[in-house]
Ligand binder design. Structure first.
Ligand SMILES: N[C@@H](CCC(=O)N[C@@H](CS)C(=O)NCC(=O)O)C(=O)O
Length: 204
């Protein structure tokens, strides 16, 4: 299978980590959707990464659809999305929270690329509110068990790890997110030791 994505996207990293954790072979095709020469719209009409071309020729996009496909396509362990539908709902809710925090961070990052006189401070502040509340909710969750999604690492932990490490790269939050969130800090420190995270460290 072929994964299309950029070297810095936290959504792409989520899928790369997942495939590495499961030891599933894939070809990584580096393509930044922001480059004029990009081929990403050939794989995803929305022009976003990640996209995946499966061995039987299907083209899929959106990281959570890819995650779903990867779990369906293989029995490889570790299982990162529970088969039990109630447990899966709970994990998906946490993934949605991590992704929402990520969307807000990307909005701030993109706003920062606009000319200074065209940047909208109220919009940035609104995104900061989403990030602060979202991280506080994840911190509360992280204080209850060693992994966000339960006793074993799953997609919720990977999604949260990818966005928090992207914050370290892009510095879109005011101050250090770790200061008031010790449980998330230790979760990320634990994830950063894994080979899957080390192999996918973003290249800016
Ligand atoms: N919900 C999507 C979000 C993907 C996304 O926003 N990817 C960014 C890179 S981090 C992108 O490709 N942006 C290009 C664009 O918005 O045109 C997913 O989970 O895959």
């Amino acid at each position: 299978m072929k994964l299309i994505g950029s070297l810095t996207s936290p959504y792409v990293r989520k899928i790369r980590v997942m495939l590495l954790e499961k030891n599933m072979p894939f070809e990584f095709i580096v393509d930044s959707p922001w480059e004029p020469s990009t081929h990403v719209p050939d794989f995803n009409p929305l022009g976003k990464v990640p996209a995946l071309v499966t061995d039987d020729g299907q083209t899929l996009f959106d990281s959570n659809i890819l995650a779903e496909y990867i779990e369906l396509a293989s029995t490889a362990t570790p299982q990162l999305l529970p088969t039990d539908r109630h447990a899966a709902l709970h994990v998906r809710q946490l993934v949605a929270l991590a992704d929402g925090i990520c969307d807000a961070g990307i909005n701030i990052f993109l706003e920062g690329r606009r000319p200074a006189d065209k940047q909208y401070a109220d919009w940035v502040e609104r995104q900061q509110g989403k990030i602060a509340r979202g991280l506080d909710a994840l911190e509360r969750r992280a204080s209850t068990s060693s992994w966000l999604g339960g006793k074993d690492m799953n997609l919720a932990d990977i999604a949260a790890g990818c966005v928090l490490l992207w914050f370290d790269l892009r510095a879109v939050t005011p101050g250090d997110w770790r200061e008031t969130r010790p449980n998330l800090a230790s979760l990320v420190a634990q994830l950063a030791q894994r080979s899957s995270f080390q192999q996918t460290a973003p290249v800016a």
